[in-house]
Design a protein around this ligand. Structure first.
Ligand code: HEC
Length: 216
């Protein structure tokens, strides 16, 4: 899927981008201006390509992201503040600018990870539902739906086919019950891992609801 492929490309490109910044900053901090100029010259074309890929993949991913929250906006602010700071820092040999720029890039990466971890946190039910399986009017699928709406709908949507943040269409999914449980627990690409967040009954309810989306 395009989103998932671009997500992994983006991560890799960001890593390269940060590595170039880091090398330049180290050269600047150690007073090796000659080395910095040399490295800047050598890396010039690759850096243009990497920067373009960074912004293009990032731009595409932003449009399809499931949760555009404050944390994510802060991440964008960090990224877009770091670029001019780095350009000025390396060109005018301003150490402080370069260091702040590196911290902003690392901070942006950290914010993205926190954003992901937050998606995988246990969220409260959005509706009232009977969660006690021994209760007389307990319905497994309603329990599953409540869990799904709280936890999964943000990416997979109401009917399982929203496809936000690269989420696969659950209506077309052919995964077995065991495979569904595995992906819920361990996550995959942008899907956060949720291992240990659901007890056996909740897992049963979730898996049942996910499968029920296929019939629709
Ligand atoms: C942050 C977005 C996000 C959230 C939240 C999320 N998913 Fe996903 N889900 C994905 C992505 C992305 C994939 C595709 C992973 C891949 O194959 O690369 C996926 C794939 C799946 C698949 C596999 C489908 C297939 O046929 O390959 C299942 C099943 C699934 N998710 C169920 C759930 C359930 C249940 C929840 C809630 C407990 C959930 N997801 C929460 C993004 C999300």
């Amino acid at each position: 899927m395009l989103f998932t492929a671009l997500f992994h490309t983006h991560k890799f490109v960001v890593l390269l981008f940060a590595a170039i910044y880091l090398i330049k900053t180290i050269l600047l901090l150690t007073g090796s201006t000659n080395g910095l100029d040399k490295f800047t010259k050598i890396i010039k074309i690759p850096e243009i390509v990497i920067s373009l890929l960074f912004l293009l993949t990032g731009g595409y991913l932003v449009m399809g992201i499931a949760a555009f929250d404050m944390l994510f906006i802060l991440k964008l602010v960090f990224v877009f503040a770091s670029i001019p700071l780095a350009i000025i820092g390396f060109k005018k040999k301003k150490k402080l600018f370069a260091v702040i720029s590196i911290f902003l890039i690392i901070g942006a990466y950290g914010l993205a990870e926190v954003h992901k971890a937050r998606m995988g946190k246990r969220h409260d039910f959005k509706e009232e539902v009977i969660t006690n399986p021994t209760a007389q009017n307990y319905v497994l699928n309603l329990h599953g739906k409540a869990l799904y709406n709280a936890q999964c709908m943000v990416c997979h949507g109401n009917n399982g086919d929203a496809g936000l943040s690269g989420a696969k269409n659950l209506q077309l999914s052919k995964k077995t019950e065991a495979e569904i449980a595995t992906i819920i627990n361990s996550g995959k690409s942008t899907m956060p891992k949720m291992d240990g967040k659901f007890n056996a009954q909740e897992m049963k309810a979730l898996v049942s609801y996910v499968k029920s989306l296929r019939a629709k």
